[in-house]
Design a protein around this ligand. Structure first.
Ligand code: ZN
Ligand code: ZN
Length: 286
């Protein structure tokens, strides 16, 4: 008869020592993204504190404070929870919940009075901002995507791009859009989506919206610079939309390490980024 538990089969605290098979991380078939990680870590550009960007059900992203908080100290309208990698704007009935970073961000005045426990946390974040500023490790408002290039003052920092019958606003200039796929070495692919030396898109000046809504009619009637990829083959437009380089365009087995950065274009919301002159054309410079 075999002994059921040899002394080696249990930990020091008596819990069974199971030799579970190692599981590799996989992209689940019903996942709305091809991300391996559930959150994208970034720093708030206004206060320098860490933020975890989580996708929501509507495929937008929400900036959450990286740690869970006791639900009891978070007012109900501010409760979020993350399930299967998706952030949902509600508590999940557990004693822990998440909160968005802007609710706590010390760089923004909080319009509502935060409960004392949250205000303590907010002040702790403010202290960290102070320390980062003193150490010269952080400059408020510094954001590489928002820096216009000196070589072409008309090149939009956030171009409006037409593809797959939609208009999107990119997070950075067209040439700087980076592939989101994971390489065999488990790092993010460094290739650009735009194949260097090619000019796949056409810059055109176009009305802000084709069918302005009542709300959008309040905008001045100016034409905006649009990077049009709509004439490319569908597969190429899909490659741009899924933000993959040519190597990863068809590599369906490669998971993504980052979320795509396209945002549905809204002329009112993105008004500050709109370019009204075509980039790279000297006659448009004064
Ligand atoms: Zn902040
Ligand atoms: Zn790639």
């Amino acid at each position: 008869m075999h002994p059921i538990h040899t002394p080696r089969s249990r930990h020091w605290d008596g819990s069974p020592h199971t030799q579970g098979r190692r599981r590799t991380l996989r992209v689940s078939a019903d996942s709305p993204t091809r991300l391996l990680r559930t959150a994208q870590r970034a720093e708030c550009r206004d206060c320098g504190n860490p933020i975890d960007f989580h996708p929501t059900l509507t495929r937008q992203t929400v900036p959450l404070h990286p740690t869970e908080l006791p639900t009891a100290i978070v007012p109900a309208p501010h409760r979020w929870h993350v399930a299967s990698g998706i952030a949902r704007h509600a508590g999940d009935g557990t004693p822990w919940c998440r909160i968005t970073h802007p609710t706590l961000c010390p760089a923004h005045t909080t319009p509502q009075l935060l409960p004392p426990a949250l205000d303590t946390l907010r002040r702790r974040l403010a202290l960290r901002t102070r320390r980062l500023l003193d150490a010269g490790a952080f400059t408020p408002g510094e954001h590489p995507a928002a820096e216009p290039s000196s070589e072409d003052a008309c090149r939009p920092a956030r171009p409006v791009v037409q593809l797959l019958y939609n208009r999107y606003i990119a997070a950075r200039p067209v040439e700087n859009i980076q592939c989101v796929a994971q390489t065999a070495r488990r790092t993010r692919c460094t290739h650009p989506v735009l194949t260097p030396g090619t000019t796949p898109g056409k810059w055109t000046l176009t009305p802000t919206t084709l069918h302005p809504t009542h709300r959008q009619r309040s905008l001045p009637a100016t034409a905006i610079a649009l990077y049009d990829l709509g004439h490319l083959p569908h597969s190429e437009q899909r490659r741009w939309r899924t933000q993959h380089c040519t190597v990863h365009a068809t590599a369906q087995s490669a998971p993504d390490l980052a979320l795509t950065e396209w945002e549905p274009f809204d002329p009112l919301h993105h008004h500050a980024f709109l370019a009204t002159r075509l980039p790279g054309t000297a006659q448009h410079h004064r």
